[in-house]
Design a protein around this ligand. Sequence first.
Ligand code: C2E
Ligand code: MG
Ligand code: MG
Length: 642
Amino acid sequence: MLSTAFDWNLDLDFCALFFISILMVFLLRRQILPLRQNIIFLELMGCHILLALADIMASIMLSFPGVYPISMLYMVNMVYYSLRILSAGFFLMFVLAVSGQMYRSSVRLMLLLMWPIVAMLVLIATAPLNHFVFYIDEFGEFYYGDGRMLIYGVSIAYYAMAFIHVYERRKKLKRISRWSVYFFTMFTGIGATMQQFVTPHTQTLSLGVTAGLLIMCLSEENPDVFRDRITSIFDADGLELLYKEYLHYGRYHRVGVMAFESYQEVRSTYGDEVMNVFLEKVGTHIRLAFPKDNIFYIHNGRFLFLDEGDDIDAARRTASEFFKNPVRTSKGDIMLTPCFATFDSKLRPGSYEAMRDAMLLGLKEALKQGDGASVEVTQEMLDEAVHNLEIEEALDRAIAGDGLEIFFQPIYDTRKKRISSAEVLVRIRDEKLGLLMPDQFIDKAEENGAILALGQRVFEKTCEFIRDHDLDELGLDYIEVNLSPVQCMREQLAYEFREIVEKYGVDYSRINLEITETDSTDSTVAKENMEALMSSGISFSLDDYGTGFSNLVNVMNLPLHIVKIDKSIVWAYFNEGNTTLLHVLSIFKESEKEIVCEGVETLEMAQELSKLGCDHEQGFYFSKPIPREEFLDYLKEFDEVV
Ligand code: C2E
Ligand code: MG
Ligand code: MG
């Protein structure tokens, strides 16, 4: 055994102690998101602070042999070596948490990974008996044991495992996460090598670890990573991560969301700058009122509280009280009333997305009730949210695979007395949910942008149909395809559609696109798209006239000659004697627009509409939307109906 001369230079240990303590205070002062990875990181920092302290104490005590009791010398050194090995274990656990592996790992795997540490701790604790790691003689002289290198070897193995784990998952991990781990292991490795081989009496390892921890605090563990810029509280990304941990570990929790009545209107009146000052003030108030709680700013003036007990209701009352007074900004006082939705994890949300969407349904209900209402999310709301999510997933599956199907609804020509066109209507055939109708998924597709891919696919299938059939032989002049306002706003739309038409080699005049009148129809992009497609020979019609959006002046200015009157107007005429239909018909007749009446369900309706001068009729009386083969049979069998 080798006795050591205790003339170590402790400057670097003091530096490490000082800097890591400062970093720790810095982290604890900025409330950190209580994610597993962040908690383990704090433990890792705490471990290194204690390690530097133990190192300093052991070095000082061993410099004065005979002064301190031998049991104390043993104790300090045991603590030092235990912390040395534990810090390596914490680092590996931290890396597993960063990569999300901790979620997936079983308890067995964790035990398997941790048993070498436990074995080392046992060896360290029994040092006075076996002298394996170190040994102190009766004069207080310190000796390294043969097992000392084993401690270092095991530590190095843990750092290496952490490094390899991250390297293997480098493609899945964020750049910042990857590089912070690389840097930490690199600095620690350089520090340890220097101490071992170059400057054995200077604690360069402490310096390396400090540099590594500093890099971590500035990158992966930066407490501001999940902080919203305006309100300075946690943001939606942080919520998602923390919530997933709550679900994974099955922690009971309650969630509360606060939103303001008429928030958007107030925002458009006061402008973004003033509203940001408002949000900043609310954020400050919340931070001061609930310093320990997990509170997140989602967006659109919505704040979310995540809590493990019943504090949510107390928080709701405090917030209601606070907003009884106006919030001061440079441009005057802003008075907004908060509404609340609350949620209990006993409902078993199953996923973050389900909780989020159920909360939004609850909030919608609360805002509808107004007057500072608070709505507890019910099982029905959660079921609805889950169902909506399932539909969104089915939509994704349909677009990624081949789940989109087009149905055809015949359109009758009152003068030619035959079916002269058809409208293509999309359906989703899903292995899990069966046949889905457009009103179940078109809105969602428009919201999340999937409508672009969906619309393209429908257009492509329509062109394929036109290519595969002789429309003249079928008696069809053209096929109508619905175009969403979101598609109209896409700059490349005309180019992409023309490419598809060319690919299938079909005649442009065989296609008619149905658009609905919204604010976006007025936009330059939409107009340019229409002009470009029209110049190629595609015709347009206006769909759903009378559903509330259509403005007559705008409609007259649109370069289209077919108007489809919505079924609500047609039904109002037949059921209630409402004469809007007659006015609309006469106006469009005068301006020589062709008219299609939708929702024709009976022979009487068909005959009357024909008498009123309607050019085309579409509705269940003729046929519901049907699949391609059925449609072809229908055309073959169609007799003069009217
Ligand atoms: P729309 O374009 O107004 O299509 C007519 C809708 O009315 C169809 O519903 C059709 O089944 C229904 N309908 C037709 N005649 C009758 C009738 O006599 N009685 C009743 N009760 N209903 C009738 P569908 O297929 O559920 O489509 C609903 C809406 O979804 C469509 O309304 C259209 O706005 C949209 N949509 C359908 N396919 C597409 C598509 O490929 N792209 C886009 N962007 N939207 C689509
Ligand atoms: Mg339509
Ligand atoms: Mg319509």
